[in-house]
Write a protein that binds this ligand. Structure first.
Ligand SMILES: [Zn+2]
Length: 213
């Protein structure tokens, strides 16, 4: 029996998520896109019909309690601790070159990356077990911990959504939140179509690109 509470009951997320009760709850800007098809598939059991070419890039956490319900020949997937793309921008560029124009960014409840200060000693010990020196392991975890640690799953999802909108302004990006209890997707309350959009924005700064890890 799964003892995880549903996000609907969890006070960390109360009032911060919108449910997809019906197809009409999906934001209009995602209608008739692979993003809509993905939500319908995961929440309403609609079958995903792979077209034979990649339709989506999905970025989510490495979390083992979440299995992506997707067939082959359908999507590229980036799975990293916390689900943020940061450090994998090259992979995004590659998928764009293959025709992908829709990115689904999925956060989840009870993310271990919210507890990095608690988990860091264990990660250091794991590296030491592999033969790394304690100093090198600590320095590495210190350096990379900041790229992986988050304070709040929904705030972190928003920050990453805004960052990606700035870097990749011409693709559709859907921030979603999955409940580990039942794998249902939710829409963050903070989402709006125009968030992070600059209509006249047509150039990504060289400085921003050079600052990528
Ligand atoms: Zn996680």
């Amino acid at each position: 029996m799964n003892s995880l509470p549903s996000v609907k009951m969890d006070e960390n997320y109360r009032g911060r998520l919108k449910e997809f009760h019906t197809k009409d709850d999906i934001p209009a800007e995602w209608r008739d896109t692979p993003i809509e098809a993905f939500i319908l598939s995961q929440n309403f059991g609609w079958p995903v019909q792979p077209s034979g070419h990649p339709e989506l890039l999905i970025s989510t956490c490495i979390e083992f309690r979440y299995a992506l319900p997707i067939p082959r020949m359908y999507a590229y997937v980036i799975r990293r601790a916390s689900g943020r793309v940061i450090g994998s921008e090259f992979s995004v560029g590659y998928t764009l070159s293959k025709g992908v124009r829709n990115l689904v960014l999925i956060g989840h409840n009870d993310c271990g990356m919210c507890k990095m200060s608690e988990n860091a000693p264990g990660v250091v010990a794991a590296f030491v077990e592999q033969g790394w020196s304690k100093e090198a392991a600590e320095a590495y975890v210190q350096k990379h911990g900041t790229r992986h640690a988050i304070e709040d799953e929904l705030d972190s999802l928003k920050d990453e959504f805004m960052r990606l909108k700035t870097l990749f302004p011409k693709i559709n990006i859907a921030p979603l939140f999955v409940c580990l209890h039942d794998s249902r997707l939710y829409l963050p309350e903070w989402y709006s179509k125009d968030l992070g959009c600059e209509p006249a924005y047509n150039h990504v700064s060289d400085q921003l690109i050079a600052s990528l890890p």
